[in-house]
Design a protein around this ligand. Structure first.
Ligand SMILES: [Zn+2]
Length: 60
């Protein structure tokens, strides 16, 4: 343990997961909207719907 030199790379705040389904976004199929990446358009819409619901509906 001690004595090992592991070069810790600086963590780049790079978005790799879909905000909607939290899955890893594949570069080939990513969907970009409003500064964020989603894995599909469907996930983008789901995320928008979810955030809107949370914003406007605090109680069920
Ligand atoms: Zn997704």
């Amino acid at each position: 343990m001690a004595g090992e030199t592991n070069e810790a790379k600086p963590k780049a705040e790079k978005q790799t997961n879909c905000p909607a389904c939290n899955k890893l976004i594949k570069k080939l199929k990513r969907y970009y909207r409003d500064g964020k990446f989603y894995c599909t358009k469907k996930c983008w819409r789901a995320f928008i719907a979810k955030s809107k619901a949370e914003d406007s509906q605090e109680k069920e």
